[in-house]
Each structure stands twice: as C-alpha cells, then as structure tokens.
Design a protein around this ligand. Structure first.
Ligand SMILES: Cc1cc2nc3c(=O)[nH]c(=O)nc-3n(C[C@H](O)[C@H](O)[C@H](O)COP(=O)(O)OP(=O)(O)OC[C@H]3O[C@@H](n4cnc5c(N)ncnc54)[C@H](O)[C@@H]3O)c2cc1C
Length: 427
C-alpha cells in the first residue's frame, strides 16, 4: 500500500459497501472508515429475499457477516443527499457532512416502481428490493391470499412464483414479451424456465400486459384487467419490472450519471461529466457501469452478487493505490445463480447477444443439463441446471475464447451437442 488516504467514506451500506470496507482493511488500510446507508439495518444479503426469506427464514438471518475487528463507523438510517467534490464531503439528509479523502459510491439500485402511482399505492401492491419489502410480502403470503400475481418476466418473478407454489398458493406471472428471461439467458433457457413454471402449476401469461388495476372502497387491490380484456381477481401483486440505479443524490456533483448509473473507468474510478476520472471518487456494485473487457469494452452494468463483491474489492485496492501505475482493472466475468421450482440455475459469461446455443451435458427433458452459448464461433457463456460441476471448466473456456461449438474428442467431449440457433426462439 502506498500513501494511505486518511478517511474513506462509503455511501451505500449493502453488499458492495461492506465488501469494500472488508477489502480495505485486508489491504492494510488503517485510517478512519465510515459506512453510510439510508436503510436502518446492518448490511444484509438480498438474494434470499426472493427465496428463503419469503417462506420463513427470519430476515435478520440475512445479515451479512462482518469481522469483529473491522473498526467501521456506521451512519445508518440517513440518506446521503449530496456530494461536494470541491470540499470532499458527503452531505447527509440530517445536515451532517462527512469529510473524506476517498469516497466509494455503492448506492446500488431500487425496484422500478409501477408507473401508475395511484395503482402502486393500493394496499396489496408490492415491490421487492429490501428486507422490509420481503417482510411485508411474507406477511401477506402467511395470510394466504387467494391468488398472487407477479408482473415481470425476470428471475425475481419466477423465484417468488416458486415460493408461492411451494406454499400451495395459486399464482399468475404476467410477462410482456413472448418469452421470459430471453434477454438475459436466451430463448432456449427462457422456454425451459417457462415450461418448468407451468409444470409447477404457474398460470404463465406471455405477451400479457395490465390495462388497469382495480381497488375496493378501502384502497385495497381487488383485481386487474389485462389488455386482452381478461380479469384476474387478486389481493396481492408483486411488481418485478427491473431496477433503477440510485444516483439522484449525486445530481449537481458534476459526475457522469445517467439511467445506467454512475459511469466509471476500468479501475472503478467514477468519471466526471467531462469524462475524466473524478479525484478520489470510486464506484462499485449495481450503481456502476463500466467498460467490460469481456464484452469488447462495452459499457455495462452488472446487477449480480458476484460482480458487486469483485468490483468492491478492486475499487478498494485502487483507492489505496499511490499512483496510476499501481491501479488494477476490474476484470470480472459476470455470473449469477437462481433457485426456483427445486432447481438451481447458474450462468457464467454474457449470454445476451449470443447467436447459438448447445446442450452439451444432460438434457432439458431430464431437467439436469449444462449448456453453452456461442457468438461468432466463440464460447461466450455457459449455464447449468442442477449440474454446476462442469461450470468452472467452461468459465475457463470462455476466458480463453474457446471455439463454439465445443470441440469433439476432448476429455470433456459431450456425448451429444444439440445445437440451436438463437434466431429461432422456441415456445
Ligand atoms: C430480491 C433479490 C434477489 C436477488 N437474487 C440474486 C441472485 O440470486 N443471484 C445474484 O447474483 N444476484 C441476485 N440479486 C442481485 C444482488 O443482490 C445485487 O447485485 C447486490 O445486492 C448489489 O449490491 P450493491 O451493494 O451494489 O447494491 P444494493 O444491494 O442495492 O445496496 C445499495 C445500498 O445503498 C443504499 N442507498 C441508496 N441510495 C442511498 C443514499 N442516497 N444514501 C445512502 N444509502 C443509499 C440502498 O438503500 C442500499 O442499502 C438479487 C437482488 C434482489 C433485490
């Protein structure tokens, strides 16, 4: 470690923020360390919120572990409202100011709200991002609502639908597109998830959109009408239509923010509006978008657990780097997992934009397989369903730019390669 910054202020007390704090101490930082967050809770883990936390795990069990000797000052329950770059201070909503030598922006994202605010305010309409959201939804599920409706075709919708089915609660999932998840994991996996969900009793409606929600005289959700005229009776609806990045508090700070978040360079340094690194300011986690070397340097924001941890560690190292020569680039191949309907789905690499897909081990019929995604003749991503044993090998293949389809004759040669062009989605 070179010349140590005296005080580091981390804004956002969640996965990226806490990971950066731990990494700073591991790297030998002995100065003062402040973790400021708007939620009243100690940092906790979000993945269980759409899984175990809805069916009984007490949400306090999701608290992220932290070493006793972290020597961290928490400022919880108060949002940051501004960042004064000239004064090098973070301004909190209670008027207090936190001076810093280095600042890490780790304010993540929030659930995208339902666009009709009157409908969003109905009792029984939820979003799921925080521990408090999960507790509200879990309480409603315990009351056994007649039918739960999920709006949105992403992983959170299917995970919540899975919990509902385990609890034997009728559930409808409304997806605007002709397939769920196709943007993230391609059409074949999207079709697979759709089939599994239907097999578990989910009423999955594709190409479906809500025309209007209906409330009763006491402001409680009573049902909704779809654009095709169908009416669904429900008192519990979870809106899961994506996330918005938490950058509003940076307005006026002269940083490069837009709907994709806070723009960084590959060293996790936040960029100013003029495109040059802002002195002493870094970013990590869901709030950041940066040039990803695994996507030809395209600016990406990766809203996954693994990236938040890896990027926080890189940012921490670079906060302590004495000069530009000591900076290390953030080089993380995206990966994530999902648990639903008794299956564990894992994906490594960037499936979006791939042009071919092959099942190389097991089969979709068995619900146990490993698949590989290709792009322009190279392996770019791999997904496993209940068979993650081979994923590390394919991670290596992706990093090496191995040919696609995987070469026959190798020690791990697949018995059968079922090829499918992604240009012809199946239903
Ligand atoms: C329900 C759910 C399930 C998920 N499941 C998976 C999964 O299975 N696999 C996977 O890989 N990923 C999953 N994720 C994604 C993963 O949890 C995120 O990528 C991760 O939480 C990102 O961490 P972060 O610290 O960057 O941001 P966040 O976790 O969003 O934390 C940001 C923190 O900053 C706070 N904040 C915002 N604005 C301010 C402000 N102005 N002042 C102070 N504090 C502020 C926020 O309230 C929040 O506490 C899931 C996410 C959710 C919501």
């Amino acid at each position: 470690m070179s010349e140590a910054p005296g005080r580091v202020v981390i804004v956002g007390a969640s996965l990226a923020g806490l990971s950066a704090a731990k990494a700073l101490r591991t790297e030998g930082f002995s100065g003062s360390l402040v973790l400021a967050g708007d939620e009243p809770h100690l940092p906790y883990d979000r993945p269980p919120l759409s899984k175990q936390a809805l069916r009984g795990l007490t949400s306090a069990d999701t608290t992220l572990p932290q070493p006793a000797d972290l020597d961290l000052e928490f400022r919880l329950g108060v949002p940051a409202t501004g960042l004064d770059r000239a004064e090098r201070t973070v301004i909190l909503a209670d008027g207090s100011r936190l001076a810093f030598d280095r600042c890490l922006v780790a304010t993540g994202a929030r659930a995208r709200p339902w666009p009709n605010s009157a409908e969003a305010a109905l009792d029984g309409v939820f979003t799921l991002r925080t521990r408090d959201d999960a507790e509200r939804i879990a309480a409603r599920l315990r009351d056994r609502p007649g039918r739960v409706v999920l709006v949105g075709g992403g992983f959170i919708s299917f995970e919540v639908a899975s919990v509902c089915r385990e609890m034997d609660i009728p559930v409808t999932v409304l997806v605007r597109d002709s397939l769920p998840l196709a943007g993230a994991v391609g059409a074949p996996l999207g079709s697979f998830v759709a089939e599994v969900a239907r097999g578990a009793g989910v009423d999955l409606r594709l190409d479906a959109a809500i025309a209007r929600m209906q409330g009763d005289a006491r402001g409680r959700l009573a049902g909704l009408v779809l654009e095709d005229g169908d009416r669904i009776e429900t008192a519990c609806l979870v809106v899961a239509i994506g996330a918005e990045r938490n950058t509003a508090w940076l307005d006026g700070a002269g940083l490069a923010t837009d709907r994709n978040g806070l723009r960084c360079d590959r060293f996790c340094r936040a960029l100013g509006a003029d495109g040059t690194p802002a002195d002493g300011i870094f970013a990590a986690g869901d709030v950041a978008h940066w040039p990803n070397p695994h996507d030809g340097g395209a600016l990406v924001a990766v809203e996954h657990w693994g990236n938040a941890v890896a990027q926080a560690r890189t940012a921490a190292r670079n906060m302590l780097a004495g000069d530009a020569a000591a900076l290390v680039p953030h080089d993380h191949l995206p990966d994530f997992w999902s648990q639903q309907f008794g299956l564990t789905i894992k994906l490594v690499g960037l499936a979006a934009g791939s042009d071919a897909f092959a099942v190389v081990r097991g089969s979709m019929e068995e619900r146990r397989f490993l698949a590989v995604f290709g792009k322009a003749g190279r392996t770019v991503a791999s997904a496993s369903v209940d068979s993650a044993r081979w994923l590390p090998a394919y991670r290596a293949a992706i990093l090496e730019g191995a040919p696609f389809p995987p070469l026959p004759g190798g020690v791990d040669a697949p018995a059968r390669v079922a090829m499918q062009s992604l240009e012809e989605p199946t239903r």
